[in-house]
Design a protein. Structure first.
Length: 369
């Protein structure tokens, strides 16, 4: 990978993008491949943008080894939009009767998905963690007539990540917004896979939905056309004007990932980065990560000062964040709902950035008395 020339940005989303991708986009900003147009100015129905769209989908299919019987949709509304779109498409009402679906809640975003699904379906809580763990599969309670089971592979805020795909006998739906392309997943095990772009492969505004073809055609009559998977599949994601520039950047990111060896190569790098950071936190006298070790995220690493340390030094977090920024380590504040600190170490974050943060944690730890 090319060495980073800017400060290291640990934002949870929108997150860091590969510098090589940003430079390529910069070079093409005013004139994409001799057309005299920026991609921002192109008609989404033009031949030129058609090439960009097809190239992006081809690269994503190659990276994720997506089977031919899955449609890949490039949509708007973020993953939060899919919290509503999924039950509307996969758990349609029969008259006034709402269809059943199951949700596993392991943190903030899966809770949001569950609550939203309850507006359109008979959503049931199959299992719930405490924010620091994943409930054992044998404790899950699935509804007998459930249309699907939904879970969030990686909780961006709480830093909890599944280490395997749940083995269940109903259609499986997964939110991979903050873990997509960071590790291999077997798409064929899922009815639907979805992700917002702004964490691991593009700017905000784009959402990827990978849906098995036999799940199409079940849409509730209440579903807006732009969230109707069948309509979007027929229209090649162009029922409305899609987020064209985000689609273009995503395509560049997919190609960048292919150029460095694909998902298996980046998984190895991600494991190295996560190990560096957790070793620094676990080895520090005054910091801690509270997530059970078997389900610690390799993408989003929350950490806090121990309770007794903060009681003695109530402004320590503020000092840590200030000094981190002065050292070129940006956006390390934890989510407003939980506080503390958080480092998001997505695919585009180089090992050097994580090593620098790990060393900063070790050095800062020694200054506390």
């Amino acid at each position: 990978m090319t060495k980073q020339t800017r400060p290291y940005n640990f934002s949870a989303g929108p997150g860091v993008l590969p510098e090589a991708v940003l430079k390529e986009a910069q070079a093409e900003m005013l004139d994409w491949k001799g057309t005299g147009m920026s991609v921002m100015e192109m008609s989404h129905r033009s031949k030129e943008f058609g090439e960009i769209a097809q190239s992006a989908e081809k690269a994503l299919r190659q990276l994720m080894e997506i089977p031919d019987n899955y449609k890949v949709l490039f949509l708007q509304g973020g993953a939060s939009g899919q919290f509503a779109a999924i039950p509307l498409n996969l758990a349609p009402m029969s008259g006034s009767q709402r269809a059943a679906c199951d949700y596993v809640v392991t943190g903030f975003w899966s809770q949001k998905a569950f609550e939203e699904a309850g507006k359109y379906s008979q959503a049931a809580l199959a299992a719930q963690g405490d924010g620091n763990n994943i409930p054992a599969l044998d404790s899950w309670k699935l509804s007998p007539k459930s249309c699907y089971l939904h879970y969030t592979d990686n909780e961006t805020i709480h830093g909890v990540e599944f280490d395997q795909v749940p083995a269940v006998d109903i259609p499986l739906v997964v939110d991979v917004s903050s873990s997509i392309l960071s590790k291999p997943i077997d798409v064929s095990k899922f009815a639907l896979v979805y992700a917002g772009a702004q964490k691991n492969f593009g700017p905000a505004g784009l959402t990827i939905v990978i849906v098995r073809e036999d799940m199409l055609g079940k849409t509730s009559a209440l579903t807006p056309s732009i969230f109707d998977y069948s309509e979007q599949a027929k229209a090649e994601s162009m029922v409305n004007t899609p987020p064209t520039y985000s689609w273009y950047i995503a395509g560049l990111t997919f190609k960048w990932l292919l150029s460095i060896g694909g998902i298996k190569a980046i998984q190895k790098t991600n494991q190295e980065k996560a190990a560096l950071l957790y070793e620094a936190i676990d080895g520090a006298a005054h910091f801690e990560n509270r997530v059970e070790k078997h389900c610690r995220s390799k993408m989003n690493v929350p950490f806090v000062f121990k309770k007794e340390v903060l009681e003695k030094h109530p402004k320590l977090e503020e000092r840590f964040l200030k000094e981190a920024k002065e050292n070129g380590l940006l956006t390390l504040a934890g989510h407003r709902s939980v506080g503390g600190m958080r480092a998001s170490i997505y695919n585009a974050m180089p090992v050097e950035g994580v090593a620098k943060l790990a060393q900063f944690i070790k050095d800062f730890d020694r200054t506390i008395n």
